[in-house]
Ligand binder design. Structure first.
Ligand code: BES
Ligand code: ZN
Length: 877
């Protein structure tokens, strides 16, 4: 008895210790007894000393009488803080708690329930960390710009910095005479002063909005203008670059009108600006009415831009404009549901583009995106779409492939299941109901369930609150003019032991099937571990992810796979072929099928000329080359790759033809790259050298997609002289796209000395901190650079942290390519000491990936070798 109660006591102690230790995690949330209604905000940046100062009045509602008000504030100095209520103004004392990112204001006399107004002055530094209100520089000009998502508005002004604490804003920016300012709404007035050489730009009152969507941009901007459905649209950039915004402007015009129709709610924010910033951490940010971008995603030179660059600009713009409704008008109540923002925008981004540029065939991009999510979701350390996130670092980590690609894939599956019309009606109802407010996952699927009358609220939780992905196995047989299909589900893991052991998860999976010989799709809801369905028509093989629209993997019996593969090019859509390749690789990874089965599938796609199929296939071949082919087997593998891809290359031809499709240009570039790299094709390599020489001499005649591929091929075999030239060109690049070409080629050299130079360059002021992570992780992705990059990271970690600040987690991306036990252990050791809070999950996932990669190699390398040997004799090599 004694012991027992002692143990109980100890449990209590341990429990309270745990609570104590994790207390700051919970303390991050603001109390809900004081809620903001309106901010009056005036900010004056000062470029002479890179600082800013502000005045602020916040009208709040006191819910319960209190003498303290807690709001978020970080790296700000607060002065002259008073609180007025009931006609009485009291001075407030300020206690800053930087570790909680809050300021606690205390007044002598308790505030009654009802309205109150906080007044204060504040000041801070324009930082170089690309977060909060930060400093950006270009052509001797200085800019003060913002990036607030997720939790950095608090670095620019004291605020109730939580997405559900929506309020209206009156914003005034005081700027130098030659400068201008952009914010979320239209300019209401622009008057001289205060003081000489300044003017004050006041913006129209915003609708109710979350703090993370506020944008403040000060500096010398130039814009090009247009409009859609009466909404003025501008694309703005630093002087001399605005003309490169014409393409994005056209895209935005089409997209805004498109979304107006889809949502049935006219664009609610009065004007829309798209602004390219010279320094920007993410890709783009959906601030209300003032979307910010890194230059590569907004500015292209219409004469020289590649198809890929155009596609990127169009889809990024579409993504951010979709957010104006999904995210901005209706916002998730807390960051645990960030998928309501990012999953939706990712799911929607291709929709207007499909109508605008049908020739791009972006439908397949969706299936390729799904593959990204499937990959993460096959790891043990994956997470559910909705997952707890409390601290700023945890919140940062939520912006991952699960929030984006998995959520988008699940939404697409759902849309397909309930029908496009019913889905859109549900979306409209959801948006109408929560406009200018916040919503949860349940609000969303409730709306779709109601609009469709289908059990959406039973299906969705199995995909949103449960992590991982189901593998659906299929058996089919013909029974009296019908097809009897037996389906079973189990969670898919790359971890073979876990996979073989089975696991208890159960999904409600809408499975859409069609006979391998083509025909109509039939969908059935698989709700049990195993079930049998009868499909009309007679067939022994069934393709079980019609349109590639499902979020699940499919496992076929070997015989059925052969059947499907044989008819794939003629009977399956490109989306389905992409999904098939992804599924088959997954089957190989867990040992359900031998690797030869993937190689045979590849061969059966020899006639395939589809851009996405070839992309998916050639990327896999590159992976196989890198990780599974031994040096001794490499010549055989390369010969096989050449034989597989050369006919396609011949078909599309070396040179683009007048009037050829955009896809064909990309196909040529992909094949060219795959042959030059993975196939080690000397003809392609010679041709690549020629193209690069022409390009470096300034010829516009080189087709840009092909030029990008040629650069990468040439760099692989390049010497110091070439590298010098490329660095010079990069630093003098006239378009963001060209600079990006050089950056992605520079990391591909093989000579360690040359790679070290790239790494060193990435740390100098010549390279903007926004571009540093991609250079470092680029070298890390290069098999010849992995060790070099890792040694460099270890040796220079403090400097990297210094240069990148919070963005340091982005250099960790390259680590996911490790497939070597020694390196894996070293990385693990290093980061167990050198903690990176915003990359904890990423690190875990990377280490796990490395483990499976090592396991896969041990498993499959000898089998692949045997297959290649057999095969090359047959092919007469
Ligand atoms: N809301 C995000 C930007 C963001 C991401 C802010 C992470 C803070 C943390 C924006 O809508 C977005 O998703 N941007 C993408 C580009 C997009 C087209 C996929 C990005 O920045 O990578
Ligand atoms: Zn987004």
């Amino acid at each position: 008895m004694e012991w027992c109660s002692l143990i109980k006591d100890m449990n209590k102690i341990v429990l309270s210790l745990l609570l104590f230790v994790s207390a700051p995690v919970f303390a991050q949330r603001l109390p809900d007894n004081v809620l903001p209604e309106h901010y009056k905000l005036g900010i004056t940046p000062s470029f002479s000393d890179d600082s800013f100062s502000g005045t602020e009045a916040i009208q709040v509602r006191v819910v319960k009488p209190t003498s303290t008000i807690t709001l978020n504030s970080l790296e700000l100095e607060l002065r002259e803080v008073t609180v007025t209520a009931d006609g009485k103004t009291q001075p407030a004392t300020v206690k800053l708690e930087p570790e909680k990112e809050i300021a606690v204001l205390t007044v002598p006399q308790s505030l009654p329930a009802g309205r109150a107004e906080i007044h204060l002055q504040f000041s801070g530094k324009l930082n170089k960390q690309l977060r909060g209100l930060y400093l950006s520089q270009a052509n001797n000009g200085k800019y003060a710009v913002t990036q607030f998502e997720a939790t950095d508005a608090r670095r620019a002004f004291p605020s109730f910095d939580e997405p559900a604490m929506k309020a209206t804003f009156d914003i005034t920016l005081v700027v130098d005479k030659g400068d201008t300012a952009i914010s979320n709404t239209k300019v209401a007035s622009d008057v001289p002063g205060p003081g000489a050489g300044k003017h004050s730009i006041k913006f129209a009152t915003t609708p109710k909005m979350s703090t993370y969507l506020v944008a403040l941009l000060v500096g010398d901007f130039e814009c090009v203008s247009g409009s859609a459905d009466g909404i003025p649209i501008r694309v703005c950039a630093t002087p001399g670059k605005a003309e490169m915004g014409r393409f994005a402007l056209q895209a935005a015009e089409q997209q805004l009108a498109w979304f107006n129709r889809y949502f049935g709610i006219p664009y609610p924010f009065g004007k829309l600006d798209l602004i390219a910033l010279p320094d920007f951490e993410a890709g783009a940010m959906e601030n209300i009415g003032a979307i910010t971008y890194r230059e590569t995603y907004l500015l292209i030179d219409d004469k020289t831009a590649s198809v890929e660059a155009r596609r990127d600009v169009a889809t990024v713009t579409s993504h951010e404009i979709a957010h104006q409704w999904f995210g901005d008008l209706v916002t998730m109540a807390w960051w645990d549901n960030i998928w309501l923002n990012e999953g939706f925008a990712t799911w929607m981004e291709y929709k207007p583009v499909k109508d605008w540029k049908p020739e791009w065939n972006v439908g397949t991009d969706e299936v390729q995106d799904t593959a990204v999510a499937l990959n993460t979701d096959s790891l043990l350390s994956t997470r559910a779409i909705r997952a707890k996130a409390d601290t700023p670092s945890q919140i940062d980590e939520m912006f991952d492939g699960i929030a984006y690609q998995k959520s988008a894939a699940v939404l697409r599956m759902l849309e397909n299941y309930v029908g496009k019309e019913a889905f859109r009606n549900g979306v409209r109802a959801y948006l109408r109901k929560h406009s200018y407010g916040n919503a949860t996952a349940e609000d969303f699927w409730g709306a779709i369930a109601q609009a469709s009358g289908k059990p959406v609220d039973r299906i969705m939780p199995t995909f949103v609150t449960q992590s991982g992905v189901p593998l659906v196995r299929v058996q089919a047989s013909c029974k009296a003019n019908n097809t009897e299909v037996k389906l079973s589900q189990q969670r898919y893991f790359y971890d073979r032991e876990r996979f073989n052991a089975g696991s208890p998860e159960l999904w409600q999976v809408p499975v859409c099937m069609k006979a391998a010989a083509g025909g109509q799709a039939t969908c059935r809801l698989l709700t049990k571990k195993e079930d049998t369905f009868s499909l009309p028509g007679c067939s022994d093989s069934v393709y079980a992810n019609s349109g590639g629209e499902g979020y699940y993997r499919v496992g076929y019996e070997p015989g059925m796979l052969r059947d499907i593969a044989a008819k794939a090019v003629s009977e399956l859509s490109p989306e389905e072929r992409v999904a098939l390749l992804t599924d088959e690789w997954a089957a190989v990874r867990v040992g359900l099928h031998p690797i030869s089965s993937y190689m045979l599938l590849a061969e059966s796609l020899k006639q395939d000329r589809n851009r996405a199929v070839l992309e998916t296939l050639t990327e896999r071949l590159q992976y196989i080359d890198e990780y599974l082919v031994s040096d001794g087997d490499r010549p055989r593998f390369q010969a096989w790759v050449r034989e597989l891809l050369r006919p396609a290359m011949q078909d599309v031809g070396w040179d683009s033809r007048p009037g050829e499709s955009d896809d064909r240009k990309v196909v040529r570039a992909k094949l060219f790259y795959a042959l030059g790299e993975t196939g080690d094709d000397p003809d392609v390599q010679a041709r690549a050298r020629e193209l690069v020489e022409r390009y470096l001499r300034g010829s516009d005649a080189v087709e840009p997609s092909l030029a990008g591929a040629a650069f990468k091929v040439v760099a692989t075999h390049g010497d110091a002289e070439l590298q010098h030239k490329m660095v010079d060109k990069m630093l003098a690049a006239k378009t963001p796209e060209q600079a990006a070409y050089y950056r992605s080629a520079l990391v591909r050299f093989r000579n360690p000395e040359l790679l070290r130079r790239v790494l060193e360059l990435s740390m100098t002021p010549k390279v903007r901190s926004q571009d540093t992570p991609r250079l470092i992780s680029g070298v890390m992705e290069n098999p010849a650079g992995r060790e070099v990059a890792w040694d460099f990271m270890k040796a220079n970690w403090p400097a990297i942290e210094e240069k990148l600040g919070y963005a340091v987690s982005r250099v960790i991306t390259g680590i996911s390519h490790i497939c070597d036990p020694g390196l894996r252990d070293d990385v693990n050791r290093f980061f167990s000491q050198q903690r990176v809070p915003s990359a904890e999950r990423k690190l875990k996932l990377s280490i796990e990936s490395a483990n499976y990669c090592i396991d896969l190699r041990n498993q499959q390398q000898p089998r692949l070798a045997a297959w290649l040997k057999e095969h090359s004799t047959a092919a007469g090599e």
